[in-house]
Design a protein around this ligand. Sequence first.
Ligand SMILES: C[S@@+](CC[C@H](N)C(=O)[O-])C[C@H]1O[C@@H](n2cnc3c(N)ncnc32)[C@H](O)[C@@H]1O
Length: 292
Amino acid sequence: MSTSNPASYVLVNSSDSHAESDDLDTVHTGLVGYFCGRLTLAPLEEMNPKSILELGAGSGAWAIDAAARFPQAHVLATDLFPMPPRGSIPSNLRFMQLDLSKSYPFEDESFDVIHGRFIIMHLANGPEALSRIVKLLKPGGWLLLEEPDDELLDHNGRNTGLAGASAFAQKFHNALRRRGADPVIGPKLAELLKRSYQFMEINVKLVTLPLSGHDFGSAANALAKVWKARYKHLGRTTPAKLAGEGMTEEDGREFIARLDDPNFNQTSMLNIVWAKKRIDYAHSPRLIRAKY
Ligand SMILES: C[S@@+](CC[C@H](N)C(=O)[O-])C[C@H]1O[C@@H](n2cnc3c(N)ncnc32)[C@H](O)[C@@H]1O
């Protein structure tokens, strides 16, 4: 049993639900497929990372995969809830239960790589959490973030926003906002990183995912299938969790019906960001010589 307050998280968590854990594993496999078998679009293989931090690990899928791909690295997976029991876990992976919306028990510049997927949108005061996260990254280290976008087009091609599309999505977003989180922080991430002046390279890939009625090519379509299944899973499992905040089973059913309606022509967006932290002269003797 978890010691965290379940009310602080709006979804069912992986340690209490096999279905949620399995669903997050499926999304991980879908994303690795979209990245052509890679863990990320950043060139991690070139840097040979020694320390990797996973934020909001959920089922542990990304952290386990990272630990297997980089056996020389220490991988630390964190989450508000314990990681669910897994068959076998690489020996270079550790788990720490941690509330990422509070202060962190790590020294600045401790990690070569920090990854977070669908987690910043859940954190109270996401921008503040992000600046704490950036401090943990070593100079030259990679920050890898994947968060959804609010953009959702209706059958007339108008952007209704996810919340505009259904009562379910609106109540989901409102529940996050009540907790001080920003459900649509995804499209703001690159600008937040730019304004931190801590990065020498910021890459963004916006993936448009056709949930119904569109065709954007095999790679996006394959990921969209996984994405749609995830949304349907959330439609089934979230009403019970947010019943006290006015979400009904009917909201979930109506959301699922819309996703299944080929005439609704819905698309969704995923923001993928990979950014390399600035290397200051102070951290690079070679560069100091080059300066004079
Ligand atoms: C949607 S799941 C994503 C899990 C995982 N990153 C993935 O992509 O499979 C969000 C995760 O964030 C965790 N979480 C939510 N709020 C958190 C917080 N304040 N501190 C740490 N973890 C948190 C949840 O417990 C959950 O495991």
